[in-house]
Design a protein around this ligand. Structure first.
Ligand SMILES: *[C@@H]1O[C@H](CO)[C@@H](O)[C@H](O)[C@H]1NC(C)=O
Ligand SMILES: *[C@@H]1O[C@H](CO)[C@@H](O)[C@H](O)[C@H]1NC(C)=O
Ligand SMILES: *[C@@H]1O[C@H](CO)[C@@H](O)[C@H](O)[C@H]1NC(C)=O
Ligand SMILES: *[C@@H]1O[C@H](CO)[C@@H](O)[C@H](O)[C@H]1NC(C)=O
Length: 551
């Protein structure tokens, strides 16, 4: 019932408006945000009404709601804007934005329908939904890849949407540009396009400003920050700062001494950039080095010996967490330290050398020193005051020879100290003592202390009286010094009565066949008829004479 009543009222209204009342329609426009009091139109002129007619006919503005947006001056007929209009508030995205209202005149009843178009003014800037956009892109993302971005909204519409967002731009950079896409709904969407490959190692993060421009004149803009994090891939192998490290290490460096620290860089991030160091042990020799897998420090694991190995080539690998690796070589030169004393090797040694011989070789020996340079250069000497000479024969070989014929009788033994010194710092030396004995040659004949001995004998002496002795000495040794005595036959017959003295010759002979002589003269003090008889006693050291019969 109620529905029906309303329809009847509506029908009546339409009927009245259509036939009873004169009806006109007018269309005007006004820019939004125009100040209050703006003259939209003069109704009197537009409708051709008489002066004062508006007042007489009680003209009034009829609009939806109670908002008094317009004012009608009954005297002048001016239709004025009573308040600022905000197109966005009135119509939102609807375009065109048209306000409908009527001016109602009575007697006769007349409706003037007014369509007021509120024209958009570009009074809003584009606004992005977020102030900042975070993106993550793998560094190996191929150029040409597009990444959609959120759009910006602009409340303005403009003619055919001309005040809405029209274009997007990105701050100048070498990797991206932005493409503006049209979608079916008339909105424009930005899309980031990668132009040039990224490289996290070169730039790990890009901060760009995305600007949305609307189509106003002048255009208004809004911005958002696009932060792009370039995500690492393991695209870099570790690289050593030097491909060859050359170091010198003294051979006496104690174990655990630092040899060198190698270092490799890997530009990747995280485990992709984490380098572990390893040392290749050669197959043949276990190298006396260890490496700290984290720090790259190479240390000695045991003592070096220059005399055994002088150079080492150590291969080091640096491997990142992704399995890529780089290599370098460490060339280690062992530096000699004077840690070896010279050595003397005796080849021939004659412990006994005959006297009187010309230059005789006593010893042949060689010297050596495994150290290098001055540490291995040697000088060889013996004492100054000896009749021996050191002769260098060939490389590091020496002979020890007698300087002149030796005389056993003056010195029968020589203690010779051979001193070998190297020229290193400190100097190291080796001494070798040899004893050379001079062997005897029978070069001395027995010699009597006097050439003539005179012995006096008194008469009436008891028999077996010791009347004197002679002796000869021989300075040779052994058999060559063993003296035997003998009486030489007298040249004259003893004639006791005529000659009161007896003379005889004694010969002393050594074991080597040399001999010496002396003469014995025996004088008898008193005459005696009896022929004396002499007994010769041969002791070891001297020759004694005794009377066998009394004179
Ligand atoms: C708006 O679009 C219509 C239809 O496409 C066109 O006829 C008119 O000229 C356009 N107006 C402006 C201001 O661009
Ligand atoms: C958008 O902006 C760019 C850069 O300013 C300009 O080159 C391009 O012509 C613009 N596009 C439109 C449709 O206005
Ligand atoms: C040689 O050395 C030995 C043992 O040391 C010593 O008995 C001897 O007297 C020395 N000889 C000389 C000539 O110095
Ligand atoms: C060699 O002899 C010298 C002098 O007699 C002595 O000082 C030294 O200790 C000896 N050296 C050796 C190795 O016997």
């Amino acid at each position: 019932m109620r529905f029906l009543k309303q329809r009847q009222v509506l029908f009546l209204f339409v009927f009245l408006g259509g036939s009873l009342a004169g009806s006109e329609s007018r269309r005007y426009s006004v820019d939004e945000e125009t100040e209050r009091g703006f003259l939209i139109a003069n109704i009197v002129n537009d409708l051709g009404l008489g002066e004062g007619e508006l007042a007489v006919r009680g003209a009034q503005v009829v609009s939806k709601g109670n908002k008094q947006r317009f004012q009608l001056n009954h005297q002048t007929g001016d239709l004025l804007l009573h308040e600022k209009l905000d197109r966005e508030e009135l119509c939102g995205p609807t375009d065109p934005c048209i306000l409908h209202f009527q001016i109602l005149l009575q007697k006769p009843l007349q409706f003037i329908t007014i369509e007021l178009e509120v024209i958009d003014v570009n009074d809003h800037s584009p606004v992005f939904f977020e102030n900042e956009v975070q993106l993550k892109l793998l560094e190996n993302t191929p150029p040409g890849t597009t990444i959609p971005l959120g759009n910006a909204e602009d409340l303005d519409v403009g003619r055919n949407g001309s005040n809405t967002v029209q274009n997007y731009t990105i701050s100048p950079n070498s990797h991206f540009h932005v493409v503006t896409h049209n979608r079916g709904d008339g909105r424009k969407y930005p899309e980031l396009m990668l132009d040039k490959a990224l490289d996290r190692e070169e730039q790990a993060e890009l901060t760009l400003t995305l600007t949305a421009l609307d189509g106003g004149d002048p255009p208004r803009s809004g911005t958002t920050v696009v932060r792009i994090e370039v995500v690492d891939i393991n695209d870099n192998a570790p690289e050593f700062l030097q491909s060859l490290y050359e170091v010198q290490v003294p051979e006496n460096s104690p174990p655990n001494s630092l040899v060198v620290a190698v270092s490799a860089q890997d530009l990747d991030a995280g485990t992709n950039g984490n380098v572990r160091y390893t040392l290749f042990q050669g197959n043949q020799v276990t190298q006396p080095f260890v490496i700290d897998e984290i720090t790259g420090e190479i240390r000695l694991s045991k003592a070096l010996d220059f005399e055994t190995i002088r150079y080492y080539n150590v291969e080091i690998a640096g491997t990142d967490g992704g399995g890529l690796s780089g290599k370098c070589t460490v060339a280690i030169e062992v530096v000699d330290v004077n840690d070896n004393a010279p050595e003397l090797t005796m080849s021939t040694l004659t412990s006994s050398t005959p006297e009187n011989s010309p230059e005789t070789v006593v010893a042949v020996f060689s010297v050596s020193d495994p150290d290098s340079g001055d540490n291995g250069r040697m000088v060889c000497s013996i004492q100054n005051d000896l009749p021996f000479l050191l002769k260098a024969t060939f490389k590091n070989f020496y002979t020890l020879v007698t300087e002149r014929p030796l005389d056993r009788e003056s010195q029968s033994q020589y203690n010779i100290t051979i001193t070998v010194t190297d020229l290193g710092t400190p100097r190291l030396k080796t001494q070798h003592n040899i004893t050379v004995t001079v062997s005897d040659v029978n070069d001395n004949a027995p010699a009597f202390s006097q050439t003539t001995y005179t012995l006096r004998v008194r008469e009436n002496n008891s028999p077996a009286l010791h009347i004197g002795s002679v002796s000869a000495t021989d300075s040779d040794a052994g058999a060559n010094a063993q003296v035997t005595y003998s009486l030489l036959p007298l040249k004259r017959t003893l004639d006791f009565e005529e000659i009161r003295s007896y003379r005889m010759e004694i010969e002393a002979s050594d074991g080597g066949g040399l001999s010496g002589k002396c003469t014995i003269a025996i004088e008898v003090m008193d005459v005696n008829d009896n022929t004396p008889e002499l007994t010769i006693i041969v002791p070891s050291e001297s020759l004694g004479f005794c009377c066998r019969r009394c004179f």
